[in-house]
Design a protein around this ligand. Structure first.
Ligand SMILES: Nc1ncnc2c1ncn2[C@@H]1O[C@H](COP(=O)(O)OP(=O)(O)OP(=O)(O)O)[C@@H](O)[C@H]1O
Ligand SMILES: [Mg+2]
Length: 455
């Protein structure tokens, strides 16, 4: 996380010093102001643009804190403000909250209290900012990522995708993690009449109910504390386009009910608004859960399931379409060789065989990671078996696990053997170096069947 930048405005020298020291000790960058005028001057000049938070005292000689707050909210609405009240004057605190302050603390405050409040705000800000970035990212036209395959199994899926893309029916994509659900979702949009409108996406598993709801529905100004501006939700922004709802199986029942209403009525009401807005959205949902089972067990609404599952696309795992491994591997090889500026352009036959024999629990995403790593490790122009994590040394002792990993025992065995060799098989010296007793060493030599000269 980047350094948090905190502004503090208080007329008491002692408080400024105390807070500055405390926050700086937590790795925050602090700027202090001894009057509201000084602070507002800087903010209205467009300075301190990267500030994350303002700690504002209520009692100030030149201009009272509430007045400062009002101005700050006018000049820089998104800047969260925490009000410090000196005399526990709850009235001022309540007024501050109504005016858009994020929270308040009562002086004198223990340091845990102030740090707790700050952490809260900063975390929330970070989340909102990440969401904003995410939205900006997804607002761009969806990159028509190449979908690669050779198998008939996937060809069928791909043809179905193109065929249903043109319709306006909702689509449910099911498949194990890493099988390409998001890629296929993008393809349904790209190949539809909606492609000139937006493809937006939201991950239902990553957000709390409150955040998910406000992201989807948006809110009007003043709908809740901190809602200082009206914010459009994804439903409104995706109007005319496609909304991709990833990990739909993780959506809570209350939000499911709200989503069902949107799909049925084709309208929605932003949080805090009174009138519904109508929308035209194609919903594409994805999950790696077995949704029918979720329905049977009462975790997913049956009516919503049928609304989303008008068309269903099931993505087969990579191990059930092994012909696709080679062409997709070559695709990633090209991508990473180019990115790392390495001249690697092929696989040895052994490497290909190893990849085909593997069962790929993480599917295409795992394949991508494996190739990226292999390109880093490759020494020649071809990726060899040794560059793959599922490769196992031919000389591995019998009984070693065949997943390419090495057990601690194996490492210990090798290390003892090597140390013995280095000390010229001087057992006491070896035991001393290894930090074990002579007796233990003897036992391990027998246990591991280690070689000593003459044996
Ligand atoms: N057929 C394919 N051709 C080329 N690249 C693919 C193919 N299928 C998947 N990929 C790539 O593999 C990665 C994983 O795909 P994607 O994110 O669509 O999977 P997912 O099913 O949504 O996974 P998760 O359930 O983990 O979210 C992406 O980088 C994607 O571009
Ligand atoms: Mg995904």
């Amino acid at each position: 996380m980047a350094t948090s930048r905190i502004l503090i405005c208080d007329d008491e020298e002692g408080i400024l010093k105390y807070l500055k020291k405390l926050l700086e000790s937590q790795g925050m960058a602090v700027e202090t102001f001894s009057s509201g005028t000084a602070l507002l001057k800087r903010l209205s000049a467009g300075e301190a643009a990267d500030a994350d938070l303002l700690l504002q005292d209520v009692r100030m000689p030149d201009m009272d804190g509430i007045q400062v707050l009002r101005e700050v909210k006018r000049i820089r609405p998104p800047l969260p403000v925490i009000i410090m009240t000196a005399f526990g004057t709850i009235d001022a605190a309540v007024e501050a909250i109504k005016l858009g302050a994020y929270d308040y603390v009562t002086k004198p405050f223990p340091k845990e209290k102030i740090l707790g409040v700050l952490e809260n705000v900063l975390e929330r800000e970070l989340l909102i900012r990440e969401n904003r970035v995410l939205k900006d990212e997804l607002g761009k036209p969806y990159p028509s990522d190449t979908i690669i395959f050779r198998s008939d199994r996937f060809r069928e899926v791909y043809e179905l995708t193109l065929q249903v893309a043109a319709s306006s029916a909702n689509i449910l994509i099911q498949g194990e993690s890493g099988t390409g659900k998001e890629l296929i979702a993008g393809a349904t949009h790209q190949n539809s009449l909606r492609k000139t409108r937006r493809f937006l996406s939201i991950n239902c598993a990553a957000l709390s109910d409150t955040l998910l709801e406000s992201q989807l529905f948006g809110h009007v100004r003043g709908a809740f504390t901190g809602a200082v501006t009206t914010q459009k939700g994804l439903l409104e922004e995706a109007d005319g386009g496609t909304l991709f709802m990833d990990e739909i199986g993780d959506m809570s029942l209350p939000i499911q009910a709200k989503l069902l209403r949107v799909i049925q009525e084709r309208d929605f009401i932003p949080v805090g608004a009174t009138r519904p807005k109508s929308v035209d959205i194609r919903f594409v949902a994805a999950t790696n859960k077995d949704l029918e089972k979720e329905v049977a067990e009462g975790r997913f609404r049956e009516d919503l399931f049928y609304r989303l599952n008008v068309i269903s696309i099931a993505l087969p795992p990579l191990r059930e379409r092994k012909e696709d491994i080679e062409p997709i591997a070559c695709h990633f090889l090209k991508k990473y060789a180019q990115r790392m500026k390495k001249k690697v352009d092929s696989f040895t036959p052994e490497a290909l065989e190893l990849m085909t024999g593997y069962n790929w629990p993480g599917n295409i995403r795992e394949l991508e990671n494996v190739i990226e790593r292999a390109v880093i490790l490759a020494r020649g122009s071809a990726i060899s078996a040794e560059n793959l994590p599922m490769w196992k040394k031919p000389a591995d002792p019998p009984g070693a696990p065949d997943n390419g990993f090495v057990s601690l025992e194996e490492i210990e065995r090798e290390h003892i053997q090597r140390t013995l060799a280095k000390t010229g098989f001087h057992k006491s010296k070896t035991a001393e170096i290894l930090g074990i007793s002579r007796k233990t060493l003897d036992r391990k030599i027998v246990e591991y069947g280690l070689k000593t000269p003459g044996e």
